[in-house]
Design a protein around this ligand. Sequence first.
Ligand code: SAH
Length: 218
Amino acid sequence: MNPHGIGMTSDRTRQRMIDRLRLRGIGDERVLMAMAQVPRHLFVDEALAHRAYEDDALPIKYGQTISQPFVVARMTEEVIKHHNPVKILELGTGSGYQAAVLGQLVDQVFSIERIDKLTRIARRRFIKLGYRNIRCKTGDGFEGWPSEALFDIIIVTAAPEKVPYELLDQLEVGGKMILPVGNKKQQKLIAIVKESHGYKKEMLGEVIFVPLLEGVVR
Ligand code: SAH
């Protein structure tokens, strides 16, 4: 089968998604280009593939969700606004879609997922699609990936109740952590820039993500 599945139809619907993102205020052409490349319909269950290019979060397995395209675009803009990021850590691989979009734009993406079955599915997807600059593993994101630190960016795609400041240890000085923080009903997207002494915090808006939970599910 053609690895791009539903083929031409999805190319056109994907382009419409890009047009809508532009209308909603996503202005960075690099982000729009990256999202035009990644076949989001291959990151959701087949039964939902026809909805893959609507601007909605969709359920994936094990009670998790693939993030809404607009939120992926906003977070990705925030990542590459940063001067020339090369090495990124993502917490919450989920479907692997956000990692795939980032992988179009930076050299190396490391991604951690706590549900082992999701890690395996995402890893298979990355191989099938030829995304060779993404590495993923099952682990507890709260611990980060110390053997690969330091990172230029840490992007968190599930919401802790409080900012896990310990993770700043795995960031370069000048590096940035982008994360939603809050409970199930109310969350704020925050960017924290690490400085040589301390950090600077910026609010980016309201979002809703699944919670960042401790421990690993095998
Ligand atoms: N970036 C994903 C969004 C997935 S939803 C995508 O583009 O599809 C968030 C994911 O974070 C879920 O799969 C959930 O299992 C995972 N998660 C929650 N807590 C975690 C933790 N402590 N460490 C790693 N992953 C975690």
